[in-house]
Design a protein around this ligand. Structure first.
Ligand SMILES: [Cu+2]
Length: 149
């Protein structure tokens, strides 16, 4: 048996295999309409959104905050886009509140009332500026929300 008797069939198999792979990619591209050779498009969109303030922010009332003066709302200071919302979740067994103490001119004050464990409270912010709030039960608990126009 000559060398070419072995290598030629192998080359044919490889060529057919490569052709099928390319055809598969081509079908995939036609089906999805996504330019498969430009995966950076998802990166550019995420970096664009990161330069803008978020439209939905979560704040935790962490476990132990009702009995530990070193704890606070987490994160204690947040920024949200105008028209966005902030949701507080009480992850502590102790009841708390989210009660505004200072709001921008023209903005409404807010008060969650009593929040038991696992309770959530959401405020939508339509006026830009800085809001200060506290827990009415625990004087060490106070945070800010900054709303950007
Ligand atoms: Cu509290």
């Amino acid at each position: 048996m000559k060398y070419t008797d072995i290598i030629v069939p192998i080359l044919i198999v490889l060529a057919v295999g490569a052709g099928c792979s390319l055809a598969g990619l081509g079908v995939y591209q036609l089906t999805t309409g996504v330019p498969i050779f430009f995966p950076s498009s998802s990166n550019s969109s995420s970096s664009t959104s990161s330069t803008n303030a978020s439209s939905a922010v979560s704040v935790s009332l962490p476990n132990g905050v009702g009995s530990t003066q070193g704890l606070n709302y987490a994160p204690v200071n947040v920024t949200v886009a105008k028209g966005g919302k902030v949701t507080w979740t009480n992850n502590d067994p102790v009841p708390h509140t989210v009660t505004s103490t200072s709001v921008p001119s023209g903005a409404s004050s807010f008060d969650s009332g009593n929040m038991n464990q696992a309770a959530t409270y959401t405020v939508t912010f339509t006026v830009d500026g800085t809001y200060q709030y506290k827990c009415t039960y625990h004087p060490w608990m106070h945070g800010t929300v900054t709303v950007t126009g």
